[in-house]
Write a protein that binds this ligand. Structure first.
Ligand code: PRP
Length: 180
């Protein structure tokens, strides 16, 4: 298989990604059977994961997207979260599932959960493809986790470094010299 020259090694293969997504889709389908589910993707990192997750689910549901920013082009979370693009419909009374590619410091999701609760969602839960617990600054309950990963710099399947590598079909560890 073709591996990008800036990737040191593959952390999660396409096959493993498919298995993770299928498992999460089954869990969410079962839990939201009788609920008015709206999935809210946090752009841009979640885009490939969310697309595959939606296709793997049986249940019909509505979707929307937000764009938030906390990194301000660095690799460390600034802790301040700004909404750059809001949802385009009311979330009042809806069972929301926020879809993320990764939880790192926890600042983004901590903010979004409060943000949607304030907009009177009926419930707000979280699904994340990856969880990096070693980097957590704020503790938040995460309802569905694809895979817990160590503190390595990963790219691909939606995840970027300086807006590059998002379109790789696998998740790879970026060579240190690229970001140091
Ligand atoms: C990434 C990721 C999460 C957030 C997680 O987004 O998609 O939204 O950081 O980090 P945190 O737990 O420390 O808040 P990023 O700001 O890089 O934007 P992107 O999704 O467009 O890549």
């Amino acid at each position: 298989m073709f591996i990008n020259k800036d990737v040191e090694s593959i952390l999660v293969s396409e096959n493993e990604l498919r298995e993770i997504v299928a498992r999460l889709a089954g869990e969410i389908d079962a839990d939201y059977k009788d609920k008015d589910l709206m999935m809210i993707g946090v752009l841009k990192g979640s885009v490939l994961f969310m697309a595959d997750l939606m296709k793997a689910m049986e249940k019909d549901f509505s979707i929307d997207f937000v764009v938030v920013s906390s990194y301000e082009n660095g690799t460390e979370s600034s802790g301040r979260v700004n909404v750059l693009k809001d949802v385009s419909q009311s979330v009042e009374g809806k069972d929301l599932l926020i879809v993320e590619d990764i939880i790192d410091s926890g600042n983004t999701l901590n903010f979004l959960v409060q943000y949607f609760n304030a907009k009177k969602a009926k419930s707000v839960k979280i699904v994340t493809l990856f969880d990096k617990p070693d980097r957590r600054q704020v503790e938040i309950p995460v309802d569905y986790v694809g895979k817990v990963i160590p503190d390595v710099f990963i790219v691909g399947y939606g995840l970027d470094y300086s807006e590059k590598y998002r379109t790789l079909p696998y998740v790879g560890i970026l060579k240190h010299e690229i970001y140091s």
